[in-house]
Design a protein around this ligand. Structure first.
Ligand code: ZN
Length: 478
């Protein structure tokens, strides 16, 4: 669906050019366009480009593209257009969640879950999601086959040898001995397909494999040294693919990832990696060890440690972006809070430390000028109330990090598009001529409060109109 995007732009461009110049002198009626237009008339437009709200705006869509967006004077309503009366309402670019995980194949497949989840995201005004690593070759055809879904792009997971061969480990817990397995194995049981990369491997092959799976970029997950990060990043960039990854990938630190040219890092809590020595970073191999060490070191005060600040400044200098994923951590702390009686676990200690440290790191990042993308780490799996959401992430960015609603919205539109990058990223995120017609119409002003994002009246993806009621009717969300 994405591949053919340029065809319709070219066609539209050709048609309007023919009408504008070199036509015959005789008065004649313009031919009815092959593709009918839709005009959204009367809304207050916030186009995400940085310009202020435009009252009483006209936004014209033809096919899957925006052909005009501005004041009534700037954008005449085409005579043949279907008019959507949006007086008193607010039009914004479709929201982008740049960090989700959609495919969980437990006991076969959860395809139905994914379809319901994507419908619900669409009803919330989310028109593009970036899957941060599951199984692009299975995910993308399934997502494209769905009628009502945001556009879906996917990244390819890559990890180092230890992620695959960390060895089985017997761990004594309060509930008896449990057997740990290499993290890659747990991931593969979900149907995910991480690619292994070792220093002896050719990064071009990883890039070719990722491309064949349909991925648009690489997500570096764990157990990669700084030289591996650099080689993978350079190979991906040569192929025009962005590279994102966990904030520190054991042993490579955020500072090393950033100087290697990576486009962005995810999870604010991962900046705790900067607090460890090079030797420590190389020995913190197992998830449990990493979580214990992080829980100890990652205090809110540690977010101001010179090593953390240096990593953030390096990100600014290199233009690397940041997805704090605050809502996912908040949700996991809330879930521990809601358990009346439980044995505190390593994971709980880690979640609580990650919450405090992550908020403070994000405040520092914003203060120092790191560009934020509001990816949420939403998963299309498990109890709905436990799933992180873009709405929750934006609320935290405003309420806890003190972004203005407009700045938070940019992190979920223009800047999230930049985070996604590639061909798709250049055509979404703002309401501009030639961009995909991905729009959200709200009944309340989101610039007054991000809470008003829950007033979705209509969602348009690539020119196709959806109403939340229609999307949610018949959906029995668990
Ligand atoms: Zn994630």
């Amino acid at each position: 669906m994405l591949r053919f995007a340029f065809t319709s732009t070219t066609l539209i461009g050709g048609l309007s050019l023919a009408a504008a110049c070199g036509g015959p002198q005789l008065a004649r009626r313009d031919p009815v366009p092959l593709v009918p237009s839709v005009a959204i008339v009367g809304a207050t437009l916030w186009d995400g480009t940085g310009r202020g709200q435009v009252p009483n705006a006209v936004t014209v869509v033809r096919g899957d593209r925006v052909v005009c967006a501005g004041s009534a004077g700037e954008c005449p309503v085409p005579a043949s257009a279907r008019v959507i009366d949006a007086k008193g309402q607010y039009l914004i670019p479709g929201l982008i969640d740049s960090h989700v995980h959609l495919l969980f194949m437990v006991d076969g497949s959860t395809a139905e879950d994914m379809a319901l989840d994507l419908r619900e995201l669409l009803a919330q005004g989310v028109t593009t999601v970036r899957d941060m690593g599951t199984n692009p070759a299975v995910l993308l055809p399934r997502a494209r086959a769905l009628q009502a879904a945001p556009r879906v792009v996917a990244m390819q997971l890559v990890a180092g040898r230890r992620f695959f061969f960390n060895g089985f480990q017997a761990v004594a817990t309060a509930r008896g001995t449990i057997i740990r397995q290499p993290p890659a194995m747990a991931m593969q049981q979900l149907g995910w397909t991480p690619i292994m990369f070792t220093p002896a491997d050719n990064p071009e092959q990883v890039v070719a494999q990722a491309r064949e799976a349909g991925a648009m970029g690489l997500k570096l997950y764990a157990q990669l040294d700084s030289m591996s990060v650099r080689r993978l990043t350079e190979a991906a960039h040569r192929a025009g693919m962005p590279v994102w990854g966990h904030a520190w990938v054991q042993p490579a630190s955020v500072k090393e990832q950033t100087t290697a040219g990576m486009d962005g890092v995810v999870h604010a809590a991962g900046l705790a990696g900067e607090l460890f020595t090079v030797e420590d970073r190389d020995t913190l191999v197992r998830d449990g060890d990493l979580q214990i060490a992080t829980a100890r070191r990652a205090t809110p005060e540690a977010a101001h440690d010179p090593a953390v600040l240096a990593a953030l400044d390096t990100m600014v200098a290199h233009g690397a972006m940041f997805e704090p994923t605050l809502d996912a951590v908040r949700k996991s702390v809330a879930s521990y809070d809601s358990r009346l009686r439980h044995i505190p676990s390593i994971q709980e200690d880690y979640a609580r430390a990650a919450a405090g440290f992550g908020l403070e790191v994000t405040r520092e990042a914003v203060r120092r000028g790191v560009r934020i993308s509001a990816g949420s780490d939403h998963v299309a799996y498990g109890p709905v109330r436990d799933r992180a959401s873009l709405f929750g992430e934006l609320k935290l960015l405003v309420d806890s990090i003190s972004l203005t609603p407009a700045a938070a919205l940019l992190a979920a539109t223009r800047d999230a598009a930049r985070a996604i990058g590639g061909d798709v990223g250049r055509q979404i995120g703002t309401i501009e001529v030639g961009h995909y017609a991905d729009l959200v119409l709200l009944t309340r002003n989101p610039l007054e409060s991000v809470d008003n994002l829950d007033s979705v009246e209509m969602v348009m993806v690539g020119g196709k109109v959806w109403r939340p009621g229609q999307l949610r009717s018949g959906i029995a969300m668990r």
